[in-house]
Design a protein around this ligand. Sequence first.
Ligand code: CA
Length: 250
Amino acid sequence: MSTERRMSTATREPNVPTDKGYVVLIEDEKNIAALVRYNLRKEGFRVSIAGDGEEGLQLIERERPDVVLLDLLLPRVDGLEVCRRLKQREQTRSIPVIMLTAKAGEADKVTGLELGADDYVTKPFSPRELVARIRAVLRRRLATAAVLQFRCGSLDVDWERHQVRVKGAMVKLTAKEFKLLKVLVEGGGRVLSRDTLLERVWGYDPALEIETRTVDFHIGRLRRKLKSEAHRVTTVAGSGYQFEAGSEGS
Ligand code: CA
């Protein structure tokens, strides 16, 4: 193992970051595992190997890697079952899974993708192809994270978990206030009229006779809860409201 590490360091280009991501490989065939590890390390990935499904699940649960490479034919717990369990558990659901499949296992491939695997590579695969797939999956994951998280000044929003924080402190919003914030942020700085907000937040139906001052009332409550970030929700006289990300937003 130490010889391998020295070799991979020697071939690494200068200025290449040493940690491109953490990969857990579940593969019982030792020669394939060693080959994959060698090539991934050379590309700057950290790699841990599990030799069977049970061990793999424990390793992933404990270490939360950035990506899982999963062989399908494994002792004890097979690859499809590993995939199913990973995608069922809240803590591991978002970790991308790339399946390593045999050409003959076409049905397994389809089942794996149905179970939530993100991609697959057919054996025998080239190290370059594998690295390209890993990079693609990691890029997609980053893009998803950016969509699900919103950060602006000291305001932090997790759209998926419905969590809002200001300066790290959790802010409790009602469902309507949360929706209102979301619609305003999605407006991307455009001025949204009270009618537009009614329609997008309340699903406005004239028959419900919801008045536009309902919007003003909820905007007021949202602002109070956002405390030091309240200034981002601005009133545009005669027009409506807008969300201002401002220059300090990142
Ligand atoms: Ca195998």
